[in-house]
Design a protein. Sequence first.
Length: 374
Amino acid sequence: MKITFIIPNADLSGGIRVVAAYAERLKKRGHDVLIVSPPKLRPTPKQQAKSVLKGKGWISHKDDEPSHFDNNIVPLKVLERYRPVINTDVPDADVVVATWWETAEWVAQLSLAKGAKAYLIQHYEIFDYLPKDRVKATWTLPMHKIVVAQWLADLALNEYGDPHTSYVPNGVDLDQFYAPRRSKQAVPTIGMMYAGLYWKGSDISLKALALATEKIPNLRLVTFGHSKITPYLSLPEGAEYTHMPPQSSIREMYSKCDAWLFGSRFEGFGLPILEAMACRTPVIGAPAGAAPELLANGTGLLVKPEDPVDMARAIEQVCKMSESEWLVMSDKAYEVVQRYSWEDATDRFEAGLHTAIERQRRGDFFQRDTPTPL
């Protein structure tokens, strides 16, 4: 197949990591793959001022910031400025894949010669800072949906009347994320992702940690993230924080922990769950994204949403486990994650692309073709 992915920009976000993983593996399977992206949108003076007033500091912007496409074998075509992707930016192909609500709007306007239209949905982006009506409208566009979690498939069916989605849960790189079988830490250690975004729930995890520390005074925190530490989301004394660590070192952080906290209020999938499990670290998670599917049957602990008290109880439970009890949970987490390799996920994603092509051939999607803009 000739495949084009349209991304909003190339960066180190989890969503772009997923696209990069599929693109590289499809390329290795002999497909002709291209990534098309605008450059990162520069923050406006108003956004900069708002960030400074909120104590978040100056928003950095560099044209050469790292991304998951660095050293990737798939070619990346970056437009000259931030704007919609149009026909003249995209080669004729078998399938073209939107990867974000705004790119779905762009893909919907492309000529049918650019390929059957697929929409990789990794979240439901109805956030206050986005145009919710436009986001919702993308779910009704004439293209085949590929969703990463069961709750998104349910949403497509129940809210938008689409029973034809391809359910393709994310994978994890088992060559990058791994750990030998190990014991509990000598000092009770909990890990978490640090993120300034409200819906990521770092505040919930930190409150839970503070409550748990009242019962476990020597409790230690290991954390990393892309955000700089802010006063309104401060870390406890003695916390180990790594800002934007190299991808090769992240598994060491997961492996230092007795449990990993996943406190998201709202999540598309939740890649850190799989990454921690692959490093034999059980996850204590809120029921967001794929957590209900991944943390069932003793592989981790599912806690109540937005409830730091319940999460604190789970932290205490893990820390007070005997060595043998903890190893049972650690082993189950590791065993389950072996079914989520990127190769298996790519098999399912590839099948989803073929379904998009077949549905286009069958005429499932009516679209009057548009001329290529000059």
